[in-house]
Ligand binder design. Sequence first.
Ligand code: ATP
Length: 328
Amino acid sequence: MIDAQGLTRRYGEFAAVDGISFNVDEGEIVGMLGPNGAGKTTTLRMITGFLPPTEGHLTVAGKDLFSDPVAARREVGYLPENVALYPEMRVSEYLRYRAMLEGMSRNEAKQRIPETVESCFLEEVEKQIIGTLSKGYRQRVGLAAAILHHPSVLVLDEPTVGLDPKQIIAIRELIRELGHKQTLLLSSHILPEVELLCDRVIIIDRGRIIAEGSPQELRESWIGNTILRVGLKGGPTDALGVLGALPGVVDVEVLDAETGSYRLECAKDADPRQAVFETAKQRGWVMLELSEERASLEDVFVRLTTQEPSDGSARVAVDDATAAEVPS
Ligand code: ATP
Protein backbone atom coordinates (compact mmCIF):
# COMPACT_ATOMS: atom_id res chain seq x y z
CA MET A 1 0.00 0.00 0.00
CA ILE A 2 2.96 2.28 0.74
CA ASP A 3 6.21 1.56 -1.04
CA ALA A 4 9.12 3.87 -0.17
CA GLN A 5 12.52 3.30 -1.77
CA GLY A 6 15.63 5.28 -0.91
CA LEU A 7 13.59 8.15 0.48
CA THR A 8 15.83 11.07 1.38
CA ARG A 9 15.23 14.61 2.57
CA ARG A 10 18.15 16.96 2.97
CA TYR A 11 18.31 20.42 4.45
CA GLY A 12 21.57 21.73 3.03
CA GLU A 13 24.21 19.16 3.99
CA PHE A 14 22.06 17.65 6.73
CA ALA A 15 19.99 14.57 5.88
CA ALA A 16 16.84 14.61 8.07
CA VAL A 17 15.83 11.35 6.32
CA ASP A 18 18.66 9.39 4.79
CA GLY A 19 17.72 6.89 2.08
CA ILE A 20 15.09 4.86 3.91
CA SER A 21 13.14 2.03 2.23
CA PHE A 22 10.08 0.31 3.61
CA ASN A 23 6.67 -1.10 2.71
CA VAL A 24 3.34 -1.02 4.44
CA ASP A 25 0.99 -3.75 3.26
CA GLU A 26 -2.75 -3.47 2.87
CA GLY A 27 -4.58 -3.70 6.21
CA GLU A 28 -1.41 -3.40 8.32
CA ILE A 29 -0.99 -1.03 11.25
CA VAL A 30 2.63 0.05 11.26
CA GLY A 31 4.21 2.23 13.92
CA MET A 32 7.16 4.48 13.26
CA LEU A 33 9.12 4.85 16.44
CA GLY A 34 12.08 7.08 17.13
CA PRO A 35 13.53 9.66 19.51
CA ASN A 36 13.03 13.41 18.99
CA GLY A 37 14.48 14.58 15.70
CA ALA A 38 14.78 11.04 14.28
CA GLY A 39 13.00 11.99 11.07
CA LYS A 40 9.50 10.60 11.67
CA THR A 41 7.52 13.75 10.82
CA THR A 42 9.73 14.42 7.80
CA THR A 43 9.05 10.88 6.52
CA LEU A 44 5.30 11.15 7.10
CA ARG A 45 5.15 14.56 5.42
CA MET A 46 6.87 13.11 2.35
CA ILE A 47 4.41 10.19 2.23
CA THR A 48 1.45 12.54 2.46
CA GLY A 49 2.80 14.75 -0.33
CA PHE A 50 3.37 17.80 1.90
CA LEU A 51 7.14 17.75 1.52
CA PRO A 52 9.02 16.83 -1.64
CA PRO A 53 11.82 14.29 -1.10
CA THR A 54 15.32 15.19 -2.24
CA GLU A 55 15.72 11.65 -3.60
CA GLY A 56 13.85 8.36 -3.75
CA HIS A 57 10.71 6.70 -5.04
CA LEU A 58 7.36 6.60 -3.37
CA THR A 59 4.06 5.01 -4.33
CA VAL A 60 0.82 4.98 -2.37
CA ALA A 61 -1.83 2.45 -3.39
CA GLY A 62 0.17 1.93 -6.58
CA LYS A 63 0.14 5.64 -7.47
CA ASP A 64 3.44 7.39 -7.90
CA LEU A 65 3.72 10.48 -5.75
CA PHE A 66 5.98 12.20 -8.27
CA SER A 67 4.41 11.39 -11.62
CA ASP A 68 0.80 11.32 -10.36
CA PRO A 69 0.78 13.47 -7.17
CA VAL A 70 -2.93 14.39 -7.20
CA ALA A 71 -4.08 10.76 -7.46
CA ALA A 72 -1.51 9.62 -4.89
CA ARG A 73 -2.50 12.30 -2.37
CA ARG A 74 -6.16 11.33 -2.75
CA GLU A 75 -5.26 7.87 -1.40
CA VAL A 76 -3.93 9.34 1.84
CA GLY A 77 -5.64 10.71 4.93
CA TYR A 78 -3.27 12.70 7.16
CA LEU A 79 -3.51 13.75 10.77
CA PRO A 80 -0.53 16.05 11.35
CA GLU A 81 1.10 16.44 14.75
CA ASN A 82 -0.47 19.85 15.27
CA VAL A 83 -3.77 19.59 13.50
CA ALA A 84 -4.90 22.96 12.14
CA LEU A 85 -8.64 23.34 12.54
CA TYR A 86 -10.75 26.49 12.16
CA PRO A 87 -11.72 27.28 15.77
CA GLU A 88 -14.62 29.55 14.83
CA MET A 89 -16.37 26.87 12.73
CA ARG A 90 -18.83 24.28 13.98
CA VAL A 91 -17.74 20.66 13.61
CA SER A 92 -20.33 19.98 10.91
CA GLU A 93 -19.37 23.15 9.00
CA TYR A 94 -15.71 22.22 9.11
CA LEU A 95 -16.40 18.72 7.78
CA ARG A 96 -18.55 20.18 4.98
CA TYR A 97 -15.68 22.52 4.14
CA ARG A 98 -13.20 19.63 4.07
CA ALA A 99 -15.58 17.61 1.89
CA MET A 100 -15.67 20.51 -0.54
CA LEU A 101 -11.85 20.73 -0.56
CA GLU A 102 -11.71 17.03 -1.37
CA GLY A 103 -13.94 17.72 -4.37
CA MET A 104 -16.93 15.72 -3.11
CA SER A 105 -20.34 16.31 -4.61
CA ARG A 106 -23.12 17.59 -2.33
CA ASN A 107 -24.74 14.15 -2.30
CA GLU A 108 -21.50 12.39 -1.52
CA ALA A 109 -20.81 14.80 1.35
CA LYS A 110 -24.36 14.32 2.67
CA GLN A 111 -23.72 10.61 2.94
CA ARG A 112 -20.11 10.63 4.14
CA ILE A 113 -20.27 13.33 6.82
CA PRO A 114 -22.83 11.53 9.05
CA GLU A 115 -20.99 8.23 8.52
CA THR A 116 -17.70 9.82 9.60
CA VAL A 117 -19.27 11.67 12.52
CA GLU A 118 -20.60 8.33 13.73
CA SER A 119 -17.36 6.41 13.29
CA CYS A 120 -15.39 9.11 15.16
CA PHE A 121 -18.02 9.34 17.93
CA LEU A 122 -18.66 13.02 17.29
CA GLU A 123 -22.49 13.00 17.32
CA GLU A 124 -22.83 14.93 20.57
CA VAL A 125 -20.50 17.76 19.50
CA GLU A 126 -21.48 17.99 15.83
CA LYS A 127 -23.06 21.42 16.27
CA GLN A 128 -20.42 22.73 18.67
CA ILE A 129 -17.89 25.45 17.81
CA ILE A 130 -14.49 23.77 17.37
CA GLY A 131 -12.70 26.34 19.57
CA THR A 132 -14.81 25.23 22.55
CA LEU A 133 -13.97 21.51 22.21
CA SER A 134 -11.55 19.63 24.47
CA LYS A 135 -8.23 18.60 22.90
CA GLY A 136 -9.40 14.99 22.69
CA TYR A 137 -12.49 15.97 20.71
CA ARG A 138 -10.44 18.29 18.48
CA GLN A 139 -8.18 15.34 17.72
CA ARG A 140 -11.25 13.29 16.76
CA VAL A 141 -12.38 16.11 14.44
CA GLY A 142 -8.92 16.00 12.85
CA LEU A 143 -9.25 12.24 12.41
CA ALA A 144 -12.75 12.63 10.95
CA ALA A 145 -11.43 15.16 8.42
CA ALA A 146 -8.57 12.78 7.54
CA ILE A 147 -10.87 9.81 6.80
CA LEU A 148 -13.77 11.70 5.22
CA HIS A 149 -12.73 10.98 1.64
CA HIS A 150 -12.21 7.24 2.34
CA PRO A 151 -8.46 7.19 1.83
CA SER A 152 -6.78 3.80 1.42
CA VAL A 153 -4.00 4.81 3.81
CA LEU A 154 -4.25 6.76 7.02
CA VAL A 155 -1.13 8.53 8.30
CA LEU A 156 -1.18 9.75 11.91
CA ASP A 157 1.66 11.82 13.39
CA GLU A 158 1.82 11.44 17.19
CA PRO A 159 -1.97 11.04 17.43
CA THR A 160 -2.16 11.07 21.23
CA VAL A 161 0.39 13.76 22.06
CA GLY A 162 -0.88 16.32 24.58
CA LEU A 163 -3.98 14.34 25.54
CA ASP A 164 -4.93 13.34 29.08
CA PRO A 165 -4.99 9.60 29.98
CA LYS A 166 -8.74 9.25 29.43
CA GLN A 167 -8.58 10.97 26.05
CA ILE A 168 -5.58 8.81 25.10
CA ILE A 169 -7.59 5.64 25.74
CA ALA A 170 -10.50 6.96 23.67
CA ILE A 171 -8.30 7.98 20.71
CA ARG A 172 -6.43 4.66 20.82
CA GLU A 173 -9.74 2.79 20.68
CA LEU A 174 -10.78 4.88 17.73
CA ILE A 175 -7.45 4.25 15.98
CA ARG A 176 -7.83 0.52 16.58
CA GLU A 177 -11.35 0.65 15.07
CA LEU A 178 -10.05 2.54 12.04
CA GLY A 179 -7.23 0.03 11.71
CA HIS A 180 -9.81 -2.71 11.04
CA LYS A 181 -10.89 -0.88 7.91
CA GLN A 182 -7.75 0.90 6.73
CA THR A 183 -4.04 0.64 6.27
CA LEU A 184 -2.46 2.73 8.97
CA LEU A 185 0.97 4.28 9.49
CA LEU A 186 1.45 6.16 12.73
CA SER A 187 4.37 7.77 14.49
CA SER A 188 4.87 7.84 18.20
CA HIS A 189 7.49 7.91 20.87
CA ILE A 190 5.12 6.29 23.34
CA LEU A 191 6.33 2.70 23.34
CA PRO A 192 3.35 0.99 25.00
CA GLU A 193 1.13 2.74 22.49
CA VAL A 194 3.02 1.30 19.55
CA GLU A 195 3.11 -2.12 21.19
CA LEU A 196 -0.63 -1.99 21.80
CA LEU A 197 -1.71 -0.76 18.38
CA CYS A 198 0.78 -1.91 15.80
CA ASP A 199 1.33 -5.16 13.89
CA ARG A 200 4.79 -3.99 12.90
CA VAL A 201 7.24 -1.39 14.12
CA ILE A 202 9.86 0.56 12.19
CA ILE A 203 12.49 2.06 14.48
CA ILE A 204 14.10 5.14 13.01
CA ASP A 205 17.06 7.09 14.33
CA ARG A 206 19.14 9.89 12.79
CA GLY A 207 17.16 9.59 9.58
CA ARG A 208 17.75 5.87 9.11
CA ILE A 209 15.81 2.70 9.77
CA ILE A 210 17.71 0.76 12.41
CA ALA A 211 15.30 -2.11 13.04
CA GLU A 212 11.99 -3.40 11.81
CA GLY A 213 9.62 -6.20 12.83
CA SER A 214 6.64 -7.08 15.02
CA PRO A 215 7.00 -5.94 18.66
CA GLN A 216 7.55 -9.58 19.62
CA GLU A 217 10.17 -10.20 16.92
CA LEU A 218 12.07 -7.12 18.01
CA ARG A 219 12.04 -8.17 21.65
CA GLU A 220 13.18 -11.70 20.84
CA SER A 221 15.89 -10.69 18.40
CA TRP A 222 17.45 -7.88 20.34
CA ILE A 223 17.30 -8.80 23.96
CA GLY A 224 19.63 -11.79 24.01
CA ASN A 225 19.80 -13.95 27.12
CA THR A 226 17.05 -14.61 29.63
CA ILE A 227 17.49 -12.94 32.99
CA LEU A 228 16.21 -14.44 36.26
CA ARG A 229 15.74 -12.61 39.52
CA VAL A 230 16.24 -14.70 42.61
CA GLY A 231 15.46 -13.60 46.17
CA LEU A 232 16.95 -15.67 49.06
CA LYS A 233 16.11 -14.61 52.60
CA GLY A 234 19.11 -13.10 54.39
CA GLY A 235 21.47 -13.68 51.40
CA PRO A 236 23.23 -17.00 52.24
CA THR A 237 27.02 -16.55 52.11
CA ASP A 238 27.61 -19.30 49.54
CA ALA A 239 24.66 -18.36 47.30
CA LEU A 240 26.68 -16.42 44.73
CA GLY A 241 29.06 -19.30 43.98
CA VAL A 242 26.38 -22.01 44.09
CA LEU A 243 23.97 -20.14 41.80
CA GLY A 244 26.80 -19.29 39.40
CA ALA A 245 27.76 -22.97 39.10
CA LEU A 246 24.26 -24.14 38.09
CA PRO A 247 23.98 -25.50 34.54
CA GLY A 248 22.67 -22.84 32.15
CA VAL A 249 23.76 -19.89 34.32
CA VAL A 250 26.42 -17.78 32.64
CA ASP A 251 26.68 -14.92 35.12
CA VAL A 252 25.43 -13.94 38.58
CA GLU A 253 25.24 -10.48 40.06
CA VAL A 254 24.31 -9.52 43.61
CA LEU A 255 21.65 -6.84 43.42
CA ASP A 256 21.27 -6.42 47.18
CA ALA A 257 23.38 -8.47 49.59
CA GLU A 258 21.26 -7.59 52.65
CA THR A 259 17.94 -8.70 51.23
CA GLY A 260 19.57 -11.53 49.22
CA SER A 261 18.58 -10.37 45.76
CA TYR A 262 20.44 -11.86 42.75
CA ARG A 263 20.33 -11.41 39.00
CA LEU A 264 21.16 -14.49 36.95
CA GLU A 265 22.02 -14.28 33.27
CA CYS A 266 21.21 -17.55 31.53
CA ALA A 267 22.56 -19.14 28.36
CA LYS A 268 20.35 -18.86 25.27
CA ASP A 269 17.36 -21.24 25.54
CA ALA A 270 18.43 -22.40 29.03
CA ASP A 271 15.87 -22.37 31.85
CA PRO A 272 17.58 -23.07 35.18
CA ARG A 273 14.52 -22.15 37.30
CA GLN A 274 13.90 -25.73 38.43
CA ALA A 275 17.58 -26.17 39.35
CA VAL A 276 17.50 -22.91 41.33
CA PHE A 277 14.39 -24.07 43.19
CA GLU A 278 15.77 -27.55 43.98
CA THR A 279 19.12 -26.16 45.12
CA ALA A 280 17.38 -23.74 47.46
CA LYS A 281 15.28 -26.59 48.86
CA GLN A 282 18.31 -28.87 49.40
CA ARG A 283 20.31 -26.15 51.14
CA GLY A 284 17.42 -24.93 53.28
CA TRP A 285 17.44 -21.44 51.72
CA VAL A 286 14.15 -19.56 52.03
CA MET A 287 13.23 -18.47 48.54
CA LEU A 288 11.38 -15.15 48.41
CA GLU A 289 11.47 -14.57 44.65
CA LEU A 290 12.09 -16.47 41.43
CA SER A 291 11.02 -14.55 38.35
CA GLU A 292 11.97 -13.98 34.76
CA GLU A 293 12.73 -10.42 33.64
CA ARG A 294 10.70 -9.77 30.53
CA ALA A 295 12.29 -7.58 27.93
CA SER A 296 10.12 -4.71 26.85
CA LEU A 297 10.07 -2.89 23.56
CA GLU A 298 11.47 0.00 25.57
CA ASP A 299 14.65 -2.01 26.27
CA VAL A 300 15.03 -2.66 22.54
CA PHE A 301 14.39 0.97 21.72
CA VAL A 302 16.91 2.26 24.27
CA ARG A 303 19.58 -0.21 23.10
CA LEU A 304 19.10 0.66 19.46
CA THR A 305 18.85 4.40 19.74
CA THR A 306 21.73 4.92 22.16
CA GLN A 307 24.36 3.23 20.00
CA GLU A 308 27.00 5.31 18.26
CA PRO A 309 26.28 6.35 14.67
CA SER A 310 27.19 3.47 12.42
CA ASP A 311 29.24 3.53 9.25
CA GLY A 312 26.30 3.35 6.89
CA SER A 313 25.11 -0.19 7.50
CA ALA A 314 22.50 1.15 9.89
CA ARG A 315 19.55 -0.88 8.77
CA VAL A 316 19.11 -4.18 10.53
CA ALA A 317 16.12 -6.23 9.48
CA VAL A 318 14.81 -8.60 12.11
CA ASP A 319 15.94 -11.59 10.10
CA ASP A 320 19.51 -10.34 10.24
CA ALA A 321 19.33 -9.20 13.82
CA THR A 322 20.88 -12.29 15.37
CA ALA A 323 23.94 -11.79 13.20
CA ALA A 324 24.17 -8.13 14.11
CA GLU A 325 26.19 -6.71 16.91
CA VAL A 326 24.05 -5.66 19.82
CA PRO A 327 25.66 -2.92 21.86
CA SER A 328 25.94 -3.76 25.53
P1 ATP B 1 9.88 14.67 16.99
O1 ATP B 1 9.59 13.39 17.65
O2 ATP B 1 10.63 15.61 17.88
O3 ATP B 1 8.68 15.31 16.34
P2 ATP B 1 10.82 13.70 14.42
O4 ATP B 1 11.37 12.31 14.45
O5 ATP B 1 9.45 13.86 13.89
O6 ATP B 1 10.98 14.37 15.84
P3 ATP B 1 11.60 15.52 12.33
O7 ATP B 1 10.64 16.60 12.70
O8 ATP B 1 11.29 14.70 11.15
O9 ATP B 1 11.85 14.55 13.57
O10 ATP B 1 13.04 16.18 12.16
C1 ATP B 1 14.18 15.45 11.76
C2 ATP B 1 15.36 16.38 11.73
O11 ATP B 1 15.24 17.29 10.67
C3 ATP B 1 15.53 17.20 13.00
O12 ATP B 1 16.91 17.28 13.30
C4 ATP B 1 15.00 18.56 12.60
O13 ATP B 1 15.62 19.59 13.35
C5 ATP B 1 15.38 18.62 11.14
N1 ATP B 1 14.47 19.50 10.37
C6 ATP B 1 13.14 19.33 10.22
N2 ATP B 1 12.64 20.32 9.43
C7 ATP B 1 13.68 21.12 9.09
C8 ATP B 1 13.81 22.30 8.31
N3 ATP B 1 12.76 22.85 7.70
N4 ATP B 1 15.04 22.83 8.18
C9 ATP B 1 16.12 22.26 8.77
N5 ATP B 1 16.07 21.15 9.53
C10 ATP B 1 14.86 20.59 9.69
